[in-house]
Design a protein around this ligand. Sequence first.
Ligand SMILES: [Zn+2]
Length: 346
Amino acid sequence: MLLADYRPRPALVAKTTEVRRPRFPVIDAHNHLAEPFGGGWDQRPVSQLLDVLDEAGVRAYVDLDGGWGEHILQRHLDHFKAAAPERFRIFGGVDWSAWPEQGDRFGEWAAARLRAQAARGAEGLKIWKPFGLHVRDQHGALVTVDDARLDPLWATAGELRLPVMIHVADPVAFFWPLDAHNERWEELLAHPDWHFPSPPFPAFMTLMSQLADLVARHPPTTFIGAHVGCYAENLGWVGELLDRCPNFNVDIGARLAELGRQPYTARRFFIRYADRILFGTDLGADLAAYRLYYRFLETDDEYFNYDADEIPGQGRWHIYGLYLPDDVLEKVYYRNAERVVLRQQG
Ligand SMILES: [Zn+2]
């Protein structure tokens, strides 16, 4: 038998708790509505989407797919926001392709674009992972995450009180050699474009220090580090940045596998940073995905699959629930997002 065909089934007798609805109403602070991550809801009736969100107990939903120009943003505003203003927040983005044309004034140009997006109704800024890995300046040089030429953009986000959801790098193993020791080997084999060996790409920790510098240099700007601060494999590192920078927050989108394989550390992390962690799945408006997240956060179920597939996609292991206390759940489910994303006081 090939190792690739090996499908061991746990003999462990463990309880399965079905959590159909969350203990508190949820604000999903990291998600998508368009392809490839959001299930193409921009092509379907909003009423169907609202039915799913109602059934999942999701009160408000951050749509990070507003794009980088005015066109897509306006389409999402017209389609989702106009239909149910209190249920959706649409984030805009940065059009990096204009850098060669704008040169060193790119930061001011991007800041002006952000103002225009905010005037239309964008309520946050999403920075996608090509920033730090692929984005190049007018000389063809890689733009670093802490590049000072972008300061006007971050300052403008702060001034407009638009949260910046930033995703840099990717799972640590995506930066490692693709060999027998790589814990995400099967995934990288299926998606070779997710592999960022250094060189030519910057080292993972280089990107992390640039992220830390960026956040520390802009205290008035609220940052949300996507996917547990972009470094779910090392909650100690994320905690240090949270300690250092009150303007830094994290979401938990697409990181159940990481959090759930370190349940003791993750539970302590949630309790200690209960005011700084935002709920989000990053898996579209999907009822089964929401229920899996609720089960992980609320129960003490042991050793369960974090994926719908028999071979879980983000590493061959199972996870453990965190049975978070109610006061922590309440903050993570919606109170932090009310403050950070909905920009409501209290
Ligand atoms: Zn995402």
